[in-house]
Ligand binder design. Structure first.
Ligand SMILES: Cc1cc2nc3c(=O)[nH]c(=O)nc-3n(C[C@H](O)[C@H](O)[C@H](O)COP(=O)(O)OP(=O)(O)OC[C@H]3O[C@@H](n4cnc5c(N)ncnc54)[C@H](O)[C@@H]3O)c2cc1C
Length: 389
């Protein structure tokens, strides 16, 4: 098949757009193929429409994946400030929020506009509304099947993301294409997703309550805002925990992080109070009532035995439950798992199995914590692929 483009990029999302503008700036003819009507649909919903596009501090520890070091090389070559510089060049206002998160001040649409206009200025072609169903190799390069039509190029980038949040066109096509070229797929699971608790959970029915809490699972702990939902927990603490939680694992909550409850019971401010009164001043009342062991709430704090003080501390600071699952891909901001990074070059993102085939973004087994890390990985890996291809 004759080629009227050098490179086909599957997916005009965050990573595909960054890869396209980088390769086109090096003089390559680039075509982006996407089944959406418009590019960057996931960018538009990111950060509640304000797009948490990066973080002031980004490093391999902010990511999960089987090979934790895979992202190091690409991250080292694309700093958060390069993304800031790109947006500033186009007059996009941004702001820093807590935990180093950088957001657009106006709208996520600003980011999409910068990337798409840069691509267009550099001559990239957009083939929108084209559903990719597969890809294969022939003597001249790669053939892409798009529901009845075919496209061809000598090099191919798979930047079709993960199946998380299918409402904006997310799919597993990238994993299927990778598998067809002999790549192994690390099992895919929803992350940055609310967790569902068992029927009859001691803290069920507290929906609407939010507070700062500690949360631990899989050997990792976070202290962030937690929100009780109808079916379990959400908010930054729960979403972060979901990156490290696997079915069957317990989750431990610390509802008074850093507070020494046995010492509190003896403190001059609290020793004469009923345990119930003491804790409802420190925690939302409905939550405190559920947490306090039945036989302790009506007793004076100073009168508790050492064992009872410890029992109270455990109830409040080590509440343990095994979630029944997550709210699934429809409510997940990302997916962990994906193309096995042991079979891809961490410097160029090129397949180690099929020369000319590249992967970038969330299709790979790299998932970031909450805080702008997933988009940063999309930019950094797209840049690495675009520089090498
Ligand atoms: C609700 C929500 C909020 C988020 N907020 C943030 C945030 O604030 N900060 C952050 O860092 N990350 C955030 N993320 C995650 C972030 O958006 C993704 O990690 C990032 O977009 C991944 O980039 P990507 O290029 O790999 O994939 P995508 O941006 O998903 O792009 C993949 C593209 O492939 C196309 N595609 C898929 N299947 C096919 C097919 N069969 N044929 C043709 N085209 C196809 C899709 O239409 C899409 O345009 C959020 C995600 C969601 C869902």
């Amino acid at each position: 098949m004759t080629h009227n483009t050098d490179i086909i990029i599957l997916g005009a999302g965050a990573s595909g757009l960054m890869c396209a503008m980088t390769a086109a700036a090096r003089g390559q003819r680039v075509t982006l193929v996407d089944h959406g009507g418009k590019p960057g649909r996931k960018i538009l919903v990111a950060g509640g429409g304000k797009c948490n596009f990066t973080n002031t501090e980004v490093g391999p520890d902010d990511y999960v994946g089987r090979n934790a070091d895979f992202c190091r090389s690409a991250l080292a070559r694309f700093s958060p400030w390069e993304m800031v510089a790109l947006l500033e060049e186009h007059g996009v206002p941004w702001e820093e929020r807590d935990h180093g998160q950088l957001f657009c001040r106006r709208s996520a649409a600003d980011v999409v506009e910068v990337l798409t206009s840069r691509c267009r200025d550099l001559g990239c072609r957009f083939e929108m509304g084209r559903m990719v169903t597969g890809a294969r190799r022939d003597a001249d390069g790669f053939i892409i099947d798009c529901e009845g039509t075919r496209l061809a190029a000598s090099r191919l980038v798979v930047a079709t993301g993960s199946p998380a949040w299918p409402q904006v066109g997310a799919s597993d096509i990238g994993h299927r294409i990778a598998r067809s070229f002999g790549h192994r797929i690390e099992p895919v699971r929803p992350v940055l997703v609310p967790l569902v608790m068992p029927e009859g959970w001691q803290l069920g029915g507290l929906q609407g309550i939010s507070l700062e809490a500690g949360i631990s699972t899989g050997g990792v702990s976070f202290v962030r805002d937690l929100l009780f939902t109808h079916r379990g927990v959400s908010g930054p603490a729960a979403l972060l925990a979901s990156c490290h939680w696997l079915p069957g694992m317990p989750l431990q909550f610390d509802f008074l992080p850093g507070v020494d409850i046995p010492a509190l019971c003896e403190s001059p401010d609290h020793r004469r109070q009923l345990v119930r009164t003491m804790l409802t001043r420190l925690l939302p009342e409905r939550l405190a009532t559920r947490l306090i062991p039945d036989d302790l709430g009506g007793r004076k704090a100073a009168e508790l035995s050492r064992a009872d003080r410890q029992r109270l501390a455990d109830a409040v600071r080590s509440h343990t439950v095994v979630p029944t699952g997550t709210e699934g891909m429809r409510k997940a901001e990302a997916a962990a798992g994906g193309v096995d990074t042991g079979e891809v070059s961490s410097r160029t993102m090129e397949s180690l199995k099929m020369p000319g085939l590249f992967f970038s973004g969330e299709v790979l087994d790299v998932a970031g914590h909450l805080g702008g890390y997933n988009l940063h990985w999309a930019w950094a890996s797209g840049r690495a692929a675009g520089e090498a291809i």
